[in-house]
Each structure stands twice: as structure tokens, then as C-alpha cells.
Design a protein around this ligand. Structure first.
Ligand code: GLN
Length: 324
């Protein structure tokens, strides 16, 4: 399979180099506004441990909202189903940082991937530790997941968002007003801004997603039932208002960040990271989605694919065996 994946990725990398409309970088976080939209990278980590990368896959970028997967994993591990008392699991209808939506929902965020939901998740895992310890725990989680200790927070990005992230400050205050934030806003947001500022290369991020693909189960990072919950949330909410369109075009659980990264999971088959800093109107990487659409199409990786579409996909081939 690795050879077919490599051929597909090289073709995609060439196609992406030709794209003139590359979206708009996240100007609202000054430190991200300087990203170069010409960047494009993709890395695929397979069950076998083989890894295939194209483009600037060794350049670190800000994972931003992709970090919400890891805090959700920590929170589910700690609170189990009790986690959902404070956060919903329904797609949102407004922008990822909408204050209006949080008000309408009376302080219980739609899901853990919109900012309000992620801030609440961070508030939950902060219980019993200092902000510095909590950031340390999140870093330790991603380092273990990626089997790589060279993953760090970019302090300039964290400082940039701390100074200018007024919507997030507002969301934290609205959560407090509804009694859904236990810590002072500056403590919870201190952690939140730092988790968003974690920097990874595409190669590191693809390895980091292996636990979600069901690989390396012996690592025991997250219980299988939580992996299922996280993938379901990624499928329905991972691209905010663009989630339906993403399911239609790509058809695999995935989570975007305004740094231009996307982590996408083909269960039991592949963990894929893609990065291109230009965003579409929903705040998702424009080229990242195009590249994933092409890869999913050429490998037959959509989970909604018909039974005969790919022999490489164990989900599909198991299904066709049972049907016979
Ligand atoms: N740090 C960003 C914010 O809070 C994360 C948003 C995102 O990546 N979609 O606005």
C-alpha cells in the first residue's frame, strides 16, 4: 500500500503547487498572520509504521484547534461519560468562536471542538493542577502519542493570542456567567492559549494521530471506547460549519486548526496530517481539504465508500467478506 500512497501523495503535492487560490491566513492572531500560504505538506503514517511525507513536512506549524483532540482525550480518560455534563456533542450552527451560540445554549457549548467547548474541556482537566502542570500534561500526552519528545509550545504564538484573543476572553466570561467555568478566566485561558500554540511538523502530527487510527494499542493512551467517541466527534464537528461538506467530500474523521493543519484518520488504515496555512471561510485549510479529498478519492478511503471500492481498506474488505 505504501507505494500507492506515495504515488498519490506526489501527484497531489504537484497539483497543490499549481493552485493560485490558496485561502487567507489567520490574520486575527498576529503571530499567525505572517505564515506563508505557499507552504504545503502532507504526511501519512500507516499501520505498518511506514511513513510517507511530501512538501515541507519538517517545518513546524501551530496546531491550534487540533490540540482540542488531545485535551478531549485526556478529559474523557479522566471523567468518562461525566464529561458530557458540561459539553454537548452536536454540530454547531455558527462560527467556531461564536458568543451568540453559547448564549443560546445557556452556557453549555455545542461540542468540545468549538472554542467554548474546548475552553470548558481545558477547565475540566485543569482541576487539581496548576496551569503550568496542565500544559505539561498536554505536552506529555502528545509526545507519548507521537513517540517524540521534540514537541514544544511556541511562546510567541501563545503570547500573541493572550494579548489579542478577545473573543476567547469573552467566551470564558460567558461560560463563567453560566456557572460552567470553575477556574478564573486567566488560568483556564492561559492553558488554552498554550495548548493551541503547540507546534508540530506534519510528520510529528501524523504519528500523533496513530492512537486514533487504532494503531499501537499496547501504548494504552486512550481506551478504545473513547477513541470511538473522539472519531465520531471529529466526523460530525471537526470542521465547524464545514463539517457536512467535509464528510461529503472526504468522508473520514478529521480536525482542523487555524494554523492551517488538519489531522485526518482512516480507522485501522492511516493517520494523515496535512498543512497549508491559507484558510477557507469556515477557518479550515483550503488546500488541506482539497488534498485530503484527492487522497481519499484515489485510495478509496472514505468511510462512506461502497463495499468494493478498495481492497486496501480493511473496513471495506471485512464488510465485503461478511456479506458474501
Ligand atoms: N486558538 C484559536 C482560537 O481560539 C483556535 C481556533 C481554531 O484553530 N479553529 O481562536
Amino acid at each position: 500500500m505504501a507505494l500507492r500512497v506515495r504515488a498519490a501523495m506526489e501527484a497531489i503535492s504537484l497539483a497543490m503547487a499549481d493552485q493560485t487560490d490558496r485561502g487567507e491566513v489567520a490574520f486575527y492572531i498576529p503571530e499567525l498572520a505572517t505564515s506563508d500560504p505557499q507552504n504545503f505538506a502532507m504526511s501519512v503514517s500507516l499501520a505498518s509504521g511506514e511513513q510517507i511525507s511530501v512538501g515541507t513536512s519538517d517545518t513546524a506549524f501551530s496546531i491550534q484547534s487540533i490540540s482540542k483532540i488531545f485535551t478531549l482525550a485526556i478529559a474523557l480518560g479522566r471523567f468518562g461519560d461525566g464529561f458530557w455534563r458540561r459539553v454537548g456533542r452536536e454540530p454547531s450552527t455558527m462560527a467556531f468562536n461564536s458568543i451568540q451560540e453559547l448564549e443560546i445554549r445557556k452556557g453549555r457549548p455545542a461540542n468540545p471542538f468549538v472554542n467554548a467547548g474546548a475552553i470548558t474541556t481545558t477547565d475540566m482537566i485543569l482541576a487539581g493542577s496548576t496551569p503550568a502542570e496542565c500544559i505539561g500534561e498536554i505536552l506529555q500526552f502528545v509526545r507519548l502519542a507521537a513517540s517524540d519528545d521534540e514537541i514544544f509550545v511556541n511562546p510567541a504564538v501563545a503570547a500573541s493570542e493572550t494579548a489579542t484573543g478577545h473573543k476567547n476572553w469573552a467566551l470564558a466570561h460567558v461560560l463563567t456567567a453560566f456557572g460552567n467555568l470553575e477556574h478564573p478566566c486567566e488560568m483556564t485561558l492561559g492553558v488554552y492559549f498554550h495548548q493551541c500554540a503547540i507546534a508540530m511538523t506534519c510528520a510529528q502530527l501524523a504519528r500523533c494521530g496513530r492512537f486514533l487510527a487504532g494503531f499501537d494499542a499496547e501504548q494504552d493512551l486512550v481506551a478504545a471506547k473513547h477513541v470511538r467517541s473522539i472519531n465520531a466527534l471529529m466526523m460530525t464537528c471537526g470542521h465547524y460549519n464545514g463539517s457536512g461538506e467535509f464528510a461529503y467530500r472526504v468522508g473520514i474523521p478529521s480536525k482542523s486548526g487555524v494554523g492551517g493543519g488538519i489531522l485526518a484518520i482512516v480507522p485501522h488504515v492511516a493517520s494523515i496530517a496535512v498543512w497549508s496555512p491559507g484558510l477557507d471561510r469556515d477557518g479550515n485549510s483550503l488546500l488541506g481539504i482539497q488534498a485530503l479529498e484527492l487522497l481519499s478519492e484515489s485510495m478509496g478511503w472514505s468511510l462512506f465508500q461502497g463495499a468494493t471500492s478498495s481492497l486496501d481498506n480493511p473496513l471495506v474488505s471485512n464488510r465485503s467478506r461478511t456479506c458474501r
